[in-house]
Design a protein around this ligand. Structure first.
Ligand code: PLP
Length: 452
């Protein structure tokens, strides 16, 4: 920090403050974690300075021999850890990984002159008419993904996202009564819509998915099954999700982030069956430019960590702790979407406290509990105010929290929410944003959490 301070002291100070804040609060954001010092340090090296567009052994820049070592090793670790025939470690983020997957599926499955000439590496021969056919054919394909309010991600066909613009899209939801995925309903929708791409995976669904069933549905309608395991990759790596709950053997293409439950650097990754390997390998230049070599190096380090029995134990504790947190809420009378959890996520419906998700998120933050508001299925408050708060156990599990600590976390959250009232607008009407936190609650909760 001294080196940074000598150039821009305000950045050094913000960095110091970020560490202090992350230590002083209860980090329950389901997509966050604490990467190891080895992972963090690997990101701050000279690889940051190197350009390496292309793939291993086939670069558009000279002097990439060390980047080749890094990228090969990261991909090798990923293939071995997840049992995937092919791994592509260049995507800078989860969104990039999904874009690489989408374009690879289009390039592989849509019959156009572009495809034939790309495969023959004769791109220069493409005529204006070829490009026009390509635009027409690629822009005319269908994608079926999980809706945002059921727990899916923006990139799974949400209208305002590029995925909802580059495909004709439809969404599947969850059963209105149970909140659970209804595979028969997904199959019926797939039969009717006949998508080219069926996307499975989620950001806020607190349950495991049966990927064998999703593959059956995809096969029946001739779709490609793409699984986005960004959230639960750590549980797959740690062998908590095995058999039909492990997406990699069932999906044609699996995408992930590397920074959530997997506990690596911020980044993305694509795993693929042999059939799609050559297309995914063209992520650059299809979607990406120069890879972040320093981040690929940190991915290799994180994946090496994830191959250990310690990581398997960590992954199991993530799932056990989520159950403890859910039980802590249920015994205190709170409502959970789907009535519980069997992954790393607990989705708390805060409407029984008379609050919106936005009010609950803000009140909890005042008490040092960091969460994010989240829609619940068919949310009456929409995606901005919401009626839920999403909680995840990966970060606090890294800090060593176990059953008792997570039970206390549930107690503290219920304490804050039961002592918060919805506020009013300036004009005196009901507000979905303002709130009044009871006297002494923030101090009481902050003190208890500092002791944990
Ligand atoms: N896919 C899923 C399921 C996610 O939950 C997220 C992030 O929240 C992403 C993709 C996007 O990841 P990133 O923020 O790295 O682009």
């Amino acid at each position: 920090l001294e080196v940074i301070a000598s150039v821009e002291p305000r950045i050094a100070e913000a960095t110091r403050q970020e560490l202090a804040d992350q230590r002083a609060s209860l980090k329950l954001i389901a997509s966050e974690n604490y990467a190891s010092p080895a992972v963090l340090m690997t990101m701050g090296t000279w690889f940051s300075d190197k350009y390496a567009e292309g793939t291993v052994g086939h670069r558009f820049y000279a002097g990439c021999q060390n980047v080749d070592t890094v990228e090969s090793l990261a991909a090798e670790h990923a293939r071995e850890l997840f049992g995937a025939p092919y791994a592509y470690v260049q995507p800078h983020s989860g969104i990039d990984a999904n874009l690489v997957a989408f374009w690879s599926i289009l390039a592989n499955k849509v019959e156009t002159p572009y495809l034939q000439k790309m495969q023959a590496k004769n791109v220069n021969e493409l005529t204006e008419a070829d490009w026009e056919t390509l635009r027409h054919e690629f822009g005319n394909q269908r994608l079926l993904g999980m809706s945002l309010d059921a727990g899916g991600h923006l990139t799974h066909g949400f209208r305002p996202n590029i995925s909802g613009k580059m495909f004709h899209q439809q969404q599947y939801g969850t059963d209105p009564e149970s909140g659970l995925l209804d595979y028969d309903a997904v199959a019926a929708k797939a039969r009717e819509f006949k998508p080219l791409v069926l996307v499975a995976g989620y950001s806020a669904y607190p349950r495991r998915v049966n990927f064998a069933k999703m593959r059956e549905i995809a096969d029946e309608v001739g779709a490609v099954l793409m699984v986005d395991m960004a959230h639960f990759a750590g549980l797959v790596a740690g062998k908590v999700f095995t058999g039909e709950e492990d997406p990699v053997p069932y999906a044609h293409i699996t995408t992930t982030t590397t920074h959530k439950s997997l506990r690596g650097p911020r980044g993305g990754m694509v795993l693929a069956q042999e059939e799609f390997a050559a297309d995914v390998d063209r992520g650059c230049p299809m979607v990406l430019g120069g890879p972040l070599s320093h981040v690929m190096a940190a991915k290799a380090v994180a994946l090496a960590e994830a191959r250990t029995t310690e990581f398997q134990d960590y992954a199991q504790r993530i799932a056990d702790n989520a159950k403890s947190l859910a039980d802590g809420f249920l015994t205190r009378g709170a409502n959970l979407v789907t009535g519980g959890t069997d992954n790393h996520i607990v989705l708390l419906d805060v409407s029984s406290f008379g609050l919106t998700g936005r009010q609950a998120e803000s009140a909890l933050l005042d008490a040092g509990v960091v969460t994010n508001r989240n829609s619940v299925p068919a949310d009456p408050n929409g995606a901005w105010y919401t009626s839920g708060v999403r909680l995840g156990t990966p970060a606090l599990t890294t800090r060593g929290f176990g059953h008792d600590e997570f039970d206390t976390v549930a107690e503290l959250i219920v304490d804050v929410l039961s002592n918060t009232e919805a506020g009013t607008t300036k004009a005196g009407g009901p507000s979905k944003a303002s709130y009044v936190l009871g006297d002494g609650v923030a101090d009481r909760v902050t003190k208890r959490s500092a002791e944990m």
